[in-house]
Design a protein around this ligand. Structure first.
Ligand code: ATP
Ligand code: MG
Length: 419
């Protein structure tokens, strides 16, 4: 069996001038944490990481790499002795194992990190190309201008690396290097995807969900917990904080007091007000949500303007210009889709006004809000919220604990340690 390693590269991050050192350290830390239960060892160079591993773990390692923000690409490289004969042998092996079809247009590219090697990179390529193509099982065509694949050979002092493929990593920036944000997480398709995109871009994310049980079934909050598990894969320590806000009382007040077309507008203004309180307390620099322009009445530009007028925090909307189909693709990719499409309503879909305004005016929103006392209630809701720390091995089944968030949480708290 030929010896292999995984070579990891950093992308955009490398443009970051004096922050590079800090950024790369962060990715290293994340990687070491992610693989801590496996038998691996590392070589860290200034711009790459090599992972030495047990062959059995390869797929597992690759899966985990794809959850680390800041990794731009990686390759499985075959390790050869640094002499012509062995490099040819290894290259033939790589083609036999990895190349997928005959007559493929291939280029060979040699790089020489060991400048003492007595031949130039080009001379090496010329010398090994013919023997490689002659000995490989399939026949290939050399094409240096428009190759379908490039066989790369990196020659170092003590060994050479030979490989065919670059796999794309998550990209973005190392987790947490861009500050903290609070994601408004519903049980729908969009918000988990928005959260994933923010996390991949280096924002450390906490989650907030507004629960309206028993107006909405507790299963919709269970969906949120399950979605939080999905998102926890991308954090540095595999844990993510979820604030559950008991929103029911305020929800009922809104339904009772607000003119039908303005219900969603006012409800969303309340959510932003509450989220802002959490954000300030926990040093979040922004709120993040899954809105996409034009998707529903509450996501027109005039709606967004009236809703976000209640907070000074920047609102990040990673999906703002995405088509639904593209959002679904990402949600399938990260594994949130099957959870999101389970048929339980969250608080914005349980009560859909007959004709929601698409161009609300803030004066009216304020007028309806002035008809009931909400400030104190908001403070109370914040105080009565529950915070869970979710990881991929969290097991909570809310519906087995009761019908309301309070019931469920009281039982759950008795059984475990809620913060
Ligand atoms: P999603 O698929 O994310 O639910 P949506 O298209 O259904 O989005 P809305 O229901 O209008 O849109 O919600 C817009 C955004 O508001 C959501 O993406 C989410 O970020 C936030 N949001 C909605 N309901 C809740 C809730 N109950 N708790 C927390 N955030 C919410
Ligand atoms: Mg929704």
């Amino acid at each position: 069996m030929m010896k292999k390693k995984i070579l990891i590269r950093f992308g955009d991050m490398m443009l970051k001038g004096k922050n590079i050192g800090f950024f790369i350290k962060r990715v290293r830390k994340h990687l070491v944490e992610k693989l801590k239960d496996l038998q691996v060892s590392y070589q860290f160079t200034h711009d790459r990481i090599y992972v030495d591993y047990q062959v059995d773990d390869e797929i597992d390692i690759i899966n985990r790499l794809s959850q680390i923000p800041g990794i731009y690409s990686y390759s499985v490289v075959y390790v050869s002795n640094p002499n012509i004969e062995d490099m040819i042998k290894t290259a033939v092996h790589v083609l036999n194992v990895e190349a997928t079809k005959a007559m493929m247009h291939i280029k060979i590219e040699t790089k020489r990190a060991d400048k003492d090697f007595p031949m130039t990179s080009q001379d090496i390529t010329l010398m090994i190309a013919n023997p490689i193509f002659q000995q490989a099982n399939l026949k290939y065509t050399i094409d240096v201008k428009h190759p379908e694949e490039t066989l790369r050979i990196e020659l170092r002092k003590d060994f050479a690396y030979v490989y065919l493929r670059n796999h794309k990593g998550l990209g973005g920036f190392p987790y947490g290097t861009q500050g903290r944000g609070l994601l408004m997480l519903s049980g729908g398709i969009d918000s988990p995807v928005a959260g994933f995109l923010a996390m991949k871009q280096g924002i450390e994310v906490d989650l907030i969900h507004f629960d309206s049980s028993p107006l909405t079934p507790l299963e919709s909050t269970q969906k949120v917990i399950d979605l939080a598990k999905v998102l926890s894969k991308y954090t540095l320590d595999g844990k993510i904080k979820l604030h559950l806000v008991p929103f029911t009382e305020l929800h009922e007040l809104i339904l009772k007091n607000v003119f039908d077309p303005y219900i969603i507008t006012v409800m969303r203004r309340m959510m932003y007000r509450i989220a802002e309180k959490f954000a300030i307390r926990n040093k979040h620099l922004c709120l993040i949500n899954g809105e996409s322009v034009g998707q529903v009445a509450s996501q027109t530009l005039p709606s967004m303007q009236v809703v976000e007028a209640v907070t000074k925090l920047p609102i990040l909307r990673p999906l703002i210009t995405y088509d639904k189909l593209d959002i679904i693709k990402i949600s399938e990719h990260i594994g949130s889709y099957p959870i999101s499409i389970q048929p339980f309503n969250d608080c914005c879909s349980i009560y859909v006004p007959k004709s929601p305004v698409t161009k609300p005016m803030e004066v009216y929103a304020k007028k309806y809000e002035a008809t009931f006392e909400f400030e104190d209630m908001i403070y109370q809701l914040v105080r009565n919220s529950y915070t869970l720390e979710i990881s991929s091995d969290t097991h909570i089944d809310l519906s087995s604990y009761g019908f309301t968030l309070k019931e469920a949480m009281t039982t759950y708290q008795k059984e475990s340690d809620v913060i």
